[in-house]
Design a protein around this ligand. Structure first.
Ligand code: GLV
Ligand code: GLV
Length: 322
């Protein structure tokens, strides 16, 4: 029989073509509403492969029931939703989508820097809500981005692409990472420093660090207190690296000046979420890699990876347990 693949969200059939050639595919038909857990587990029981979203939890409990499963391809570069160590132990290959989304995610991240600093969302609402009565010297004045210091926490490929954009704005670039990134240092002039030094010195603190046990709530009241009162915090990585209550307190107590957030602890958030109610917060619905071009490439890479594993070959981009 042909292998059976379950795709947990509506994806482009054209991009999944490599998969249609080798397998029977079933797709959860909704674009935004996730496949309920019970259904995902039922499908996983008979699946040879799963094409998953970052909102699907691929944990021990699911993996234990997925006896036929050979590969999980996550439509994301991050994979904190998957118990990779346990999957690998069970012989299940885990794939992600690095590289294809690097520049797109860096564009959005730098967009958040600009939108938050220059108050673009507030300014646009001002016009659309018919509040614009005339030009004013300090009307919707914000903070400069050019020539300021950007501190990037998590200097992987996306961090480096953000740093590259920052050079165009003639910014001073600091970074903190588990390992030194000599390419960013040599080609972009980025300076490595401790997290504390970065927090103290940066005008923009940008988090792109993956979520691990070590980075959970890395940004908390202690960190926000170390930042300048004029600092802007940007998070385009994972929500759980921030203590959201502390971030809220830091914003209302003016420990920091603003925040641009593409990710949250529990997604989706509602408009009643405390952070969404602050005028100096730009809140986006986790759209870092969301361009048509890139999302299509991500779908295609997932399909290629699954097809390769089902054919007994090595996938293009798999995640290994450290
Ligand atoms: C998005 O957050 C991703 O990990 O690709
Ligand atoms: C603003 O539009 C200016 O001319 O300074």
């Amino acid at each position: 029989a042909r292998p059976y693949v379950f795709v947990t969200r509506k994806c482009s059939e054209i991009e999944l073509q490599p998969l249609y050639e080798v397998a029977d595919i079933e797709m959860w038909p909704e674009e935004e509403t996730p496949c309920p857990r019970e259904i995902l587990v039922e499908k996983a029981k008979k699946a040879d492969a799963l094409l998953t979203m970052l909102s699907d939890s691929i944990d021990k409990q699911l993996l234990d029931q997925a006896k036929q499963l050979k590969v999980v391809a996550n439509l994301a570069v991050g994979y904190d939703n998957i118990d990779v160590a346990y999957a690998n132990e069970q012989g299940v290959v885990v794939c992600n989508t690095p590289d294809v989304l690097t520049d797109t995610t860096a564009d959005l991240t730098f967009g958040l820097v600009l939108a938050t600093a220059r108050r673009l969302m507030e300014a646009s609402d001002y016009v659309k809500n018919n509040l614009w009565k005339g030009w004013g010297p300090l009307l919707l004045a914000g903070h400069d981005v050019h020539h300021k210091t950007i501190g990037i926490v998590g200097m992987g490929k996306i961090g480096q692409a953000v740093a590259k954009r920052a050079t165009g704005f003639e910014m001073n670039i600091l970074y903190h990472n588990r390992t030194r990134n000599s390419e960013a240092e040599n080609t972009l002039g980025a300076t490595y420093c401790s997290l504390d030094e970065l927090l103290i010195s940066s005008d923009f603190v940008v988090s792109l660090t993956p979520l691990t046990n070590e980075t959970k709530e890395l940004f908390n009241m202690d960190s926000f207190k170390k930042m300048k009162n004029t600092a802007i915090f940007i998070n385009a990585g994972r929500g759980a690296v921030v203590n959201e209550h502390d971030l809220y307190e830091a914003l209302i107590n003016q420990e920091i000046a603003g925040a641009g957030l593409d990710v949250f602890l529990n997604e989706p958030i509602e408009s009643t979420h405390p952070l969404a109610g602050l005028h100096n917060v730009v809140a986006l619905p986790h759209i870092g890699s969301a361009s048509y071009e890139t999302r299509h490439k991500m779908m295609n890479l997932c399909a290629e990876n699954i097809a390769l594993v089902l054919k007994g070959s090595a996938p293009k981009t798999n995640v290994l347990t450290k």
